[in-house]
Design a protein around this ligand. Sequence first.
Ligand code: PGA
Length: 253
Amino acid sequence: MSRRIKLIAGNWKMNGSRAVGAAFIDRLGALRPAAGPMRRMLICPPATLISSMSDGLKALGVMIGGQDCHVQASGAFTGDISGPMLRDFGCDYVIVGHSERRAVHGETDQLVQAKALAALEIGLIPIICVGETLAEREAGQAESIVRAQIAQSVPDRIAPANLVVAYEPIWAIGTGRAATLDDIAAMHHTIRDALTVKSGDAEGGLVLYGGSVKPGNAAEILALDIVDGALIGGASLAAEDFAAIANTVSANA
Ligand code: PGA
């Protein structure tokens, strides 16, 4: 049995309309995957849907989060969204440093850490993403790359209660090819080790796995004691799949 709660988090990326959001909430309401002390659920829709989905998700015991936030609270930053804006719409979490933002928007570890600090300041829990490319893994560098990302992306002295890291090997994202259980367990041990330096606590905080998590593989991944939850892209768009993944974890320990 795991020592920590499991967080089942959906990342909708740039997908969904108001109709899709409403249908998701209706369907999830019919399926009713129960929240409980040992299982929390979270959906991070695109910013355009936070307003229309926030109340409906919360009524189902599902939290809502953003997919990114700016370092500043407000200002002349066309197209960006700030932490206070996410809080204003009831967000509890925000994803920072997703590999797609690192790759497509050139986000560095330093920027990711600054975003995490901005999120913490306003009362959002940042989900800080790390993960290696296939080339880095094949070159035997996966562990050192992820250690360096943790060292530079995770704020120093972060309180364990606010600490959520998602290990997402880039080659497993959206490819249908999840990492093996051995690879996941090994990297999660490495991350726990690296985080102990940051938070001073070997036990606190959550380390999620992400990358092609789906109903068919969620049970075995989430059964790993060292895995504290999942960050789910594609499969989180379907209420059936999201509920099925959540239901692989007991809501009450
Ligand atoms: P995936 O995406 O589940 O579609 O592989 C995961 C993610 O990018 O967070």
